[in-house]
Design a protein. Structure first.
Ligand code: PEP
Length: 255
């Protein structure tokens, strides 16, 4: 059984007071309503990680995660946050390679490979984002493009380390646009990626990897997406800012 994961990406939103309200609501609703087999991750801004972590009961299925990390262990990188820093405050999940990082901060596959290595080295779980632009999809190159993102950033890992990765397929044209990939489009990509992983490693390894879908996942489309055989969860932007919506998505797995 692959892990079911619903991860929120709050991006650069919420003041401290708002963040605490949102996190408290998510935690309370999750405890009452979400099956403990579903892992929930709140991807908060760095500045709230510790405060949100303090609100979360230990040993459960709710976690706080970071949205990024630096690719070096330490040094003269003003304003950056390192993997050992995150580890030292008890963070377990870190989003890497979000399309906004790739676009605005020019992060490339090689740099992301370094981030992944560090995270695994420090015993943390990378939520590795991949996905194509509309232009690439229209040209019909989307499957190869995303496969190559995995090849260049992840396929240097040993099978043992690869199993620690969570993948989030996020078509860029669906992020924050209100346009969602159809469940068939999501399934096609997820299945392609799983086959790609099986080809590089083994089917047993591929069958263990959780592949999340991200891109305007909402309460009204989550159940259709999560019903697909290779869609194991969601990475949620906009809807993670509303506790009710985030929790309703987490309750959308087929019975
Ligand atoms: C995201 O940024 O990862 C994302 C999926 O955003 P949204 O849900 O708003 O499309």
């Amino acid at each position: 059984m692959r892990k079911k994961i619903i991860a929120g990406n709050w991006k650069m939103n919420k003041t401290q007071e708002e963040a605490m309200v949102l996190a408290s609501e998510v935690i309370h609703m999750a405890q009452d309503e979400v099956d403990s087999s579903v892992i929930l991750v709140m991807g908060t801004p760095f500045i709230y990680l510790q405060a949100v972590k303090k609100l979360i009961p230990a040993g459960g299925h709710i976690f706080v995660g970071a949205q990024n990390c630096h690719s070096e262990v330490s040094g003269a990188f003003t304003g950056e946050v390192s993997v050992p820093m995150l580890r030292s405050v008890g963070i377990e999940y870190v989003i890497v390679g979000h399309s906004e990082r790739r676009e605005y901060f020019k992060e490339d596959n090689a740099q992301l490979a370094k981030k992944v290595d560090l995270l695994i080295g420090y015993g943390m779980t990378p939520l590795f984002c991949c996905g194509e632009s509309l232009e690439i999809r229209k040209a019909g190159n989307h499957l190869d493009f995303v496969k190559n993102q995995l090849t260049e950033s992840l396929f240097h890992l040993s099978a043992q380390d690869f199993e620690k990765i969570v993948i989030a397929y996020e078509p860029i044209w669906a992020i924050g646009t209100g346009e969602t990939a159809t469940s068939a489009q999501a399934q096609e990509m997820h299945q392609t990626l799983r086959k790609h992983i099986a080809h590089q490693y083994t089917q047993t390894v591929a069958d263990k990897i959780s592949i999340l879908y991200g891109g305007s996942m909402k309460p009204n489309n989550a159940s259709e997406l999560l019903a697909e055989a290779d869609v194991d969860g969601g990475l949620i932007g906009g809807a993670s800012l509303i506790a009710r919506d985030f929790i309703d998505i987490a309750k959308s797995y087929p019975a």
